[in-house]
Design a protein. Structure first.
Length: 176
């Protein structure tokens, strides 16, 4: 019960991409393009959170115009791609947006996420995260990365805060 109580103060979600919003698999085409698969249920939860006034930020080493299009279509304005050292970007994001780290929930899956996870209010990870990340997480989703782990944690926060219900849900909003 204590974990759910801690979700009452969350107003910002920060996510990694590969292994969190995707299953970590990257398909490389003949032309060298990287292809990733995203879960539509994660997309629905993210666009609803944005619609309800939560901040969502993506900080990832991944990059590409397809990623920019995906996040923009969900209403996410804050995404930092191609980042090799995530911690300075995280600190700058908090400063620019006047966000207290105690109100931030971060979901990561591997060692590059560790530094940020030690600083946020709530550190979470998918079920298939590496052991080192699981050891520092306040919550381990029963779902794997790319398989609704993001939906799981967003829904929990919004249910605790009474903001999950949408009077006018849009099937198109998460499909883009």
């Amino acid at each position: 019960m204590a974990f759910l109580d801690n979700l009452k103060n969350i107003n910002t979600f920060i996510f990694d991409i590969d292994g969190v919003l995707t299953d970590g698999t990257i398909t490389v085409t003949e032309s060298g393009e990287y292809l990733r698969t995203f879960n539509i249920k994660d997309g629905y939860a993210m666009q609803l959170a944005v619609k309800k006034g939560y901040k969502i930020c993506i900080i990832s080493g991944a990059k590409g115009s397809s990623l920019e299009a995906r996040f923009s279509n969900l209403g996410i304005q804050d995404f930092y791609l191609g980042i090799s050292n995530k911690l300075p970007v995280y600190h700058n994001y908090l400063l620019q947006n006047n966000i207290n780290s105690s109100s931030v929930l971060y979901m990561g899956d591997d060692v590059p996420d560790k530094e940020i996870m030690k600083e946020v209010g709530i550190a979470t990870c998918p079920n298939d995260a590496v052991a080192e990340i699981k050891a520092i997480s306040h919550f381990i989703s029963p779902f794997n990365g790319g398989k609704t782990a993001v939906r799981d944690i967003i829904e929990k926060v919004m249910l605790v805060q009474g903001t999950w219900h949408d009077e006018h849900p849009s099937a198109a909003a998460s499909a883009i």
